[in-house]
Design a protein around this ligand. Structure first.
Ligand SMILES: CC(C)(COP(=O)(O)OP(=O)(O)OC[C@H]1O[C@@H](n2cnc3c(N)ncnc32)[C@H](O)[C@@H]1OP(=O)(O)O)[C@@H](O)C(=O)NCCC(=O)NCCS
Length: 211
């Protein structure tokens, strides 16, 4: 079984480990420091981040849901490690779409995710359980789509956005994509019906800006 290094030791890292196992990899979890390593009590080996050098020939994934932290890890090891894509076998893709996702790096696509078609994606996206991504959507780098969130067609999700569990993003109108700005958070269960500003938090139905 091929080893894969997975940064992180949280519950999400273990879920990423499950995708790796489903793809025939043996996960090797990577703790940030000795405290994190000492707290590891699950199946699978964990090592310290300072030991990563020894394993530089294997592929890596980042099992960290927090977008800004995932980005920091990716930048710290850029050009040194190979970040592969982990795609659960139950994810489905429209025509030509799997190739578009596989051409990126560091993507985590969990069980039950559905991409339709003509979707552009950046790197290091997290697409959590049963999320759906509609046609003609653009998803920028380091985005996290939480479990069961639904992105309708013709939407643009800016860098490092976090779309909460069960949120729905309505479709853009005509040629205009509904735009969610950079670093914006959409609360769980919210319904977004119009564009959202950058660096903001929106919640509710319809979603309103609270921060
Ligand atoms: C949106 C969110 C980030 C806000 O967190 P926060 O900044 O700590 O905000 P607070 O908890 O202080 O809530 C602020 C207000 O918004 C309301 N609110 C928070 N989240 C809400 C939501 N999802 N829907 C509706 N209202 C919400 C709170 O009730 C509170 O209202 P009040 O001021 O009238 O009391 C968070 O509530 C959320 O939904 N996170 C997503 C969770 C998720 O999807 N996790 C995925 C794990 S994989």
């Amino acid at each position: 079984m091929n080893l894969i290094g997975i940064f992180g030791t949280s519950g999400f890292a273990r879920e990423v480990g499950d995708i790796a196992l489903a793809q025939g990899y043996q996960p090797l979890y990577i703790a940030r420091d000795q405290t994190e390593l000492d707290a590891w009590s699950f199946a699978g080996t964990a090592i310290l981040e300072s030991e990563v050098e020894i394993y530089r020939e294997i592929g890596f994934a980042i099992g960290i849901g927090e977008n800004a932290i995932r980005q920091k890890v990716a930048r710290r090891f850029a050009g040194q490690l190979k970040f592969i894509n982990l795609i659960h076998p139950s994810a489905t893709f429209g025509q030509g779409q799997r190739q578009i996702v596989e051409a990126r790096q560091g993507m985590i696509v969990c069980a039950g995710v559905r991409f339709t078609n003509n979707i552009q994606v950046g790197d290091f996206g997290v697409f959590n359980l049963n999320a759906t991504i509609g046609h003609d959507v653009i998803v920028d780098d380091f985005v996290n789509i939480a479990p069961g969130a639904h992105i309708s067609g013709n939407v643009h999700i800016g860098p490092r956005c976090w779309i909460g569990t069960g949120a729905a993003i309505n479709q853009g109108q005509g040629d205009t994509k509904l735009h969610i700005g950079t670093d914006t958070v959409i609360g769980s269960g919210s319904v977004v019906v119009k564009a959202c500003e950058s660096h903001s938090v929106y919640v509710g139905i319809p979603a309103k800006k609270i921060k």
